[in-house]
Design a protein around this ligand. Structure first.
Ligand code: SAM
Length: 207
């Protein structure tokens, strides 16, 4: 089971993964802006930057699905492909989509381990969030040859359109490690740091 003690969240699903089973997140994250403002700051960023009609990849939706709800609310026509590894969060997505198809139209969430992404399944994105880089990958992911944080980050940067943005969250408990991954992305992919926005680091892909 994932150690959620850093977040103080109780396990939710009752699902037991066998040894070597998927390293899922047996927890649920409600919107807590004081503790973790990254998703709210991200929608603020989209709106302040006038980003519309964009395709967005979002790592870690939470159970609140703030990004999808806010995009529907402001009518920006941004389209989101989000991932959660939490069965409880996925459950709230299913319920939300059934209840509010106008939200689900542009907000697609899939359940899975980001460390099993496959580039062939990813379209090109204008914006990607990697707020939770290095927070969840452990030796449990090694048991099924999952990607590393750097490999996931490189894949998503490769999938960014020229001039696309990738955003990071220095407020993460894993930032001391994630920062090193970002430095490697800068060196290997030529990412360019832009002005930060609120709690977020913003990088642009050349082109
Ligand atoms: C602490 S919550 C934060 C949610 C939201 N971004 C926020 O700040 O309110 C972490 C998120 O990362 C997701 N997550 C954890 N491990 C993951 C993995 N291996 N692959 C994909 N998502 C994962 C969880 O399901 C959860 O949605």
């Amino acid at each position: 089971m994932t150690d959620t003690s850093r977040w103080g969240i109780a396990a939710e699903s009752g699902i037991q993964a066998r040894e070597g089973g998927m390293h899922f997140w047996d927890a649920y994250w409600a919107l807590e802006i004081d503790r973790c403002p990254c998703d709210v700051h991200f929608t603020d960023y989209l709106e302040a930057s006038g980003i519309h009609d964009a395709s967005i990849f979002h790592f870690g939706t939470g159970g609140h699905h703030h990004l999808g709800l806010r995009i529907a609310e402001v009518g920006s026509n941004n389209a989101v492909y989000g991932i959660t590894a939490s069965p409880a969060e996925y459950d709230t997505y299913v319920k939300l989509t059934i209840d509010r198809p106008e939200v689900g139209r542009l907000y697609k969430v899939f359940f899975g381990d980001i460390y099993q992404l496959d580039a062939r399944m990813l379209p090109d994105f204008d914006v990607a969030t990697l707020f939770h880089l290095c927070e969840f990958r452990t030796e449990k992911n090694d048991l099924y040859n999952a990607l590393t944080d750097l490999e996931v980050a490189e894949m998503l940067v490769d999938r960014l359109k020229p001039g696309g943005r990738v955003l990071f969250y220095p407020g993460s408990f894993a930032w001391p490690t994630a920062e090193g991954v970002v430095a490697q992305l800068v060196a290997r992919k030529g990412l360019i740091a832009e002005d930060g926005f609120k709690s977020l680091v913003v990088c642009r892909k050349p082109g």
